[in-house]
Design a protein around this ligand. Sequence first.
Ligand code: ZN
Length: 135
Amino acid sequence: MLKKIDHLGIAVHSIAEARHFYETVLGLTCEKEEKVTSQKVRTAFFSLGETHIELLEPTSDDSPIAKFLENRGEGVHHVAYRCTDVEKQLSRAKEHGCLLIHEIPIIGAGSKQVAFLHPKSSHGVLTEFCSGEQQ
Ligand code: ZN
């Protein structure tokens, strides 16, 4: 079951530069920066009520975020839904014919279980399922 929108992922060239907008202009506080080796990105999380903004900066040229920036420039990269059971959510999507990027969940930022659906299956929006707090 989906619980809420956990976060919005936003692709940026540089977290160091983008922080100015989120911290100074919007007045949000950066909770943590983290390098996620499995996805070749550095992330920065900002809290906003029940949800978060996740800035994503590529750590190498073959990072999926580097490719996204090359093709589309900076902007909204994905919508992440918090679920009670990521694997169940994935099999449900698969049953309904969705293309999955991850057949089984991987470990993402904050040591959460995460898995992505292909945007072709979700009307152009890269969709992430993630588990709750660290487990
Ligand atoms: Zn995410």
